[in-house]
Design a protein around this ligand. Structure first.
Ligand code: FBP
Length: 556
């Protein structure tokens, strides 16, 4: 990386704003411990698995005086899908470590969790860190999705840490990666290994959140990037007036990304997976709902529009959900499935699924059947980013419109275009919010380490207020866990936060969507601005604003 763009050069000079309590520095902190905590569900099973970590209190920092910090080496891992701001988490860790003791060292494990098992690392020095400040991507050390769960992996990780004199590891990741952090932390503690493990909440999906974690980093920048693109497409649709754009948005199971983008852009249709599951909408019902809007707009002379489709939709349509759960079990038990030809795979699956599920599977277009059979990721998740749900919906709607045309009930035109926005947003240059938030998460992770804590997620909250009012502390990882079926077995995992249908964010969409469907209320948010007035550059997501507004109203 020798040449850099003019913007990147200017961004390297950006100084992230620190939370008020952290401004005085890593040596001027004290901790306040809350009450003992419980896991969100399945308390007995989680307690049994995490005998050493379970029940730890929530931590909040306040100003104080820390004893002189002893010299230490720390390892850092970037884990899972990229999210804007990861480099700033590492910069925050580095700066806090050097502030605590100039002799401290930071090692970056390469290629995700496999780096700590295999001993692939680089020492992160100031000349490396400085090149990556305020940049997008995870390329400083790379990322990966290796699941950390076996004693052999933990043993190897311990040996690598010992060889580098590392006494704490920071895992920057989403729900699955922080589940790794909890398992690693538990094993280290059970074995008196003297290695602390701290997590940092990353994921553009926005599904790693709770009262103590208001947002995962990357969500702000990714949704702003997608919203810019959606706004541009809306302007194009409104200018040419000839295409219906079906835009699938990344975000895995939860619909936070699509919902946030919908509030920022006001498209004609925005499907919300959580609502579809709750209302028991079948694929046919969804097709009818969308077709109805298309036909009504066409009758008003508008043969164009924009529909947002969450990437995880297919797993939430009740009949599909049941079929996929059955399919996951069938695939988990199948021997040498990978060696079958595609027709053999289809045949095997339709013979082993329950009859009603086999019927649904067989009724799907061949491309979707193929995509449903692709490998699960190492954590057992269906790779929803690779399922063309937007194309499935287009196909279903085309069939329906053909029928209606034959019956004289539709006289317009339907020219659909399919898009998928996901990777475009994951490595964008972090917005001011993500640049600041991430730097604080990293800095705060070192504060947790300095106080000897382990099994905690770095928590910075009160985020819809200026950074000076942000609160810093830590949440025990076990507090967020429950048991879920993965690869056919019940496993402890951090519970994903789905869109709350009684929450203020969904309510905002529900109250407006009928109007947005037929009238053209499009918003064009434009590109993320890095330099300029604070109200243009520093404001975070509508999701966070509405959720925090509701929280503060409830406190009154
Ligand atoms: P994380 O949960 O690791 O943050 O990953 C998020 C994500 O971007 C999802 O939105 C998407 O479904 C998935 O990664 C895609 O995975 P991959 O990068 O392996 O294609």
């Amino acid at each position: 990386m020798n040449e850099i763009s003019t913007l990147q050069k200017a961004r390297q000079e950006y100084k992230p704003k620190l939370a008020g309590v952290l401004v005085k520095g890593i040596k001027n902190l004290a901790i306040v411990k809350g009450n003992a905590t419980e896991s969100v569900r399945d308390k007995e099973s989680i307690k049994e698995i995490f005998k050493n970590l379970y029940g730890a209190p929530v931590i909040t920092f306040q100003e104080g005086k820390t004893n002189n910090s002893s010299k230490k080496n720390v390892g850092v891992i970037l884990s899972g899908g990229q999210a804007p701001g990861g480099h700033n988490v590492i910069a925050g860790i580095f700066d806090a470590l050097k502030e605590a003791n100039l002799e401290n060292k930071l090692y970056g494990f390469l290629g995700g969790p496999s780096g700590i098992i295999e001993g692939n690392y680089v020492e992160l020095t100031s000349d490396i860190i400085d090149k990556y400040r305020n940049t997008g991507g995870f390329d400083i050390i790379g990322s990966g999705r290796t699941k950390l769960e076996t004693p052999e992996q933990f043993e190897k990780s311990l040996n690598v840490c010992k060889s580098l004199n590392i006494s704490a590891v920071v895992i920057i990741g989403g729900d699955d990666s922080n589940t790794n952090a909890a398992l690693l932390g538990e094993w280290m503690k059970a074995n008196n290994a003297g290695i602390q493990v701290i997590g940092c909440p990353k994921t553009i999906d926005g599904d790693l959140k709770n009262d103590m974690i208001e947002i995962s980093f990357g969500f702000d920048t990714a949704t702003k990037t997608y919203s810019e693109l959606i706004g541009n497409i809306q302007r194009d649709a409104n200018s040419a007036k000839k295409y219906w754009h079906f835009i699938k948005l990344m975000g895995r199971s939860a619909t936070h990304v699509a919902l946030e983008c919908a509030l920022r852009t006001r498209p004609n249709i925005a499907l919300i997976s959580e609502e579809i599951a709750e209302q028991n909408w079948s694929l046919k019902y969804i097709t009818d709902y969308m077709t109805d809007i298309i036909v009504k707009r066409s009758a008003a002379g508008k043969n164009f529009g924009v529909a947002l489709i969450p990437e995880g939709l297919i797993e939430f349509i009740p009949e599909m959900k049941a079929m996929i759960a059955n399919l996951n079990d069938v695939l988990a038990e199948a021997d040498a499935f990978e060696e079958f030809t595609m027709p053999e795979k289809f045949e095997y699956v339709s013979q082993h699924l329950e009859a009603c599920n086999a019927q649904i599977f067989n009724s799907l277009p061949i491309t979707i059947k193929h995509q449903l059979l692709m490998d699960r990721d190492p954590h057992g998740n269906v790779q929803v980013s690779r399922i063309d749900t937007e194309k499935l919906l287009i196909e279903m709607i085309e069939l329906k419109l053909k029928e209606m045309k034959a019956e004289g009930r539709f006289k317009g035109k339907f020219s659909p275009l399919a898009h998928f926005f996901g990777y475009e947003g994951r490595c964008a240059a972090p917005s001011n919010f993500d640049a600041d938030y991430c730097y604080n998460l990293g800095y705060n992770a070192v504060a947790l380490i300095e106080f000897g804590l382990t099994g905690y997620l770095s928590s910075v909250r009160n985020l819809s207020k200026p950074a000076a009012e942000w609160i810093a502390g830590g949440v025990p990882l076990t507090m967020m866990m429950n048991m879920e079926k993965r690869h056919g077995e019940m496993k402890p995992v951090i519970q994903k936060a789905l869109v709350k249908l009684d929450g203020p964010v969904f309510k905002e969409l529900k109250e407006n969507r009928d109007k947005w469907a037929l009238e053209d209320c499009y918003l064009f948010p434009g590109a993320i601005q890095y330099f300029g007035p604070s109200e243009v550059c520093d404001i975070t997501t509508k999701t966070l604003y509405l959720e925090n507004k509701e929280k503060s109203l409830n406190l009154v």
